[in-house]
Design a protein around this ligand. Sequence first.
Ligand code: HEC
Length: 158
Amino acid sequence: MNKPTFLKATVSTVALALLISCGGSEEKPAAAAKSANPGGLTDWQMTNGVGPLTSDVQVGPGVDEALATTGSELFETKCSACHKLDERYVGPPLRMVTEKRTPTYIMNMILDPEGMVKKHPEARKMLAQYMTPMTNQNVSEEQARALLEYLRQVDAEK
Ligand code: HEC
């Protein structure tokens, strides 16, 4: 191999290696994002869940105590068979859930648990962990809002 040919071969090998490594590093995050989000959810849906609510639920700076009391009663009748605040039960403990999830995510989970475990990667992860699907408790949007307020009250107390 004379010198120029050797040089050319070396340069093109380096160029090829660079091309492959660049291509590879570009592809990796995209592939990871796809497997973490197989349903192709939007960023808003990733944060706020999929379900009947498609815009941000507004909450006050403080807790609406009357609404939280309504939520607490609903929690006893519709949720406590599966959830405790501090311990794993059929479902996950719910204390601090308002720190972990947005108000809209929590309400979408309450209003459409079937849709959530079908489409949302976080809910799917929890289903894999708890092995039981959360059942739809047929609560209205107002009732779900009251339940959210109860969970906010719990978390405000800590
Ligand atoms: C049949 C048992 C069952 C009932 C009843 C139930 N849940 Fe669940 N819940 C679960 C399970 C199990 C999960 C974890 C996701 C899954 O496996 O579907 C869950 C998940 C959740 C989550 C998501 C927690 C997180 O960290 O993302 C919230 C919020 C929630 N439930 C609230 C409620 C509320 C409020 C009620 C009452 C209206 C309720 N659940 C009724 C079993 C139940």
